[in-house]
Design a protein around this ligand. Sequence first.
Ligand code: C5P
Length: 399
Amino acid sequence: MGDLEGKRIVLGVSGGIACYKSADLVRRLMDHGAHVDVVMTQSACQFVSPTTFQALSSGPVYTDLWDRRAPNNMVHINLTRQADLVLIAPASANLMAKLAHGLADDLLSTLCLASQLPLMIAPAMNREMWLAPASVRNVALLRADGVEIIGPGQGAQACGETGDGRMLEPHEIVDAVRAHFQPKILDGLKVLMTAGPTCEPIDPVRVITNRSSGKTGYALAQAARDAGARVTLVSGPTALPCPPGVTRLSVQTALQMHQAVMRHATESDLFIAVAAVADWRVANPTDEKLKKIDTGAPELKFVMNPDILQEVASLAPSPWCVGFAAETSLDLAQLQAKRQRKRISLLIANLAQDVMDSEDTQVQLIDESGSHPLPAGPKIQVARVIITEIARRYRQHQA
Ligand code: C5P
């Protein structure tokens, strides 16, 4: 089931060249299960035809306050009464000014004024317009009214200038909408996490590492953020973008990860250790590249890395800690022994060979009462269930 299943979104499209991206946005919102009603301003219709949005949303597109298709002639009321969210993308400077001051001179501005629904807007305008004192004042007014403003992004603009004012990309807007609908079960909490592999140098060009894409950890960081937490993610090297709103501290080695975690551990409410930390590091990495002509196959000596999770769980006071275990076979007695050795009440186990490099995962929660398998699914979906379980247990522990 998509994150937006059963949600009705009124998508307002105002006049800006970014309108063409909103066609893709409609499709993406629907892919996640949303029903989308599109309302366009007259300027938006200059950029993209309503027919485009009609074909994509499989429904009528509304452009006129005096739309005679509504039996009661009140399309500005009817559209929002069954809806869950009004999303405006792109939002022009003009539309934002109207919303900030309560003007209602066309369908989109009137339906916004005539509804108590949450309002999310993705501004799109020239950089000078965005920085104009009037726009800055309007943004502040809208924020004070509880409007959620997402973006704008930065970069090259259609006018040829470069700066702030680009509409966020459709996938970023969808991400914000999905986050909006998540219950805020970690509201106000600080969550510290690790993710990805660590790389232990042999010499300046060779490392020993674990196989880990970081996808599970990053999905959990996103799910914790969506649940209202302030998330600090200590990440080993991965190719993944940092989820917006998450503070990422990038590290290479287990010792660096240990240091970064210990700096933030005592101020955190929760610590979720997802990283595949190398258990050993090379005892004497060299500063110069080993030449195979001189050394042949080198004899490497290893020393143990600190067990970051165990150390954090042993702090007094410690954040509430959750560990992960990727194993090649799942033996409950061994997993329970690991959970107790780490001094944590929740260990999340999976089969390494099933989930590595995959977009999907399947996990079991191991706690003092035994093993509780969760349904398999895409990593973000499973991450949201894990965050729900973590939040419930954390609250119980606090009670
Ligand atoms: O002992 P094992 O490596 O199987 O434990 C896995 C759990 O411990 C994971 O949550 C991992 O992030 C954490 N861990 C750690 N520091 C290490 C090794 C593992 O925090 N040095």
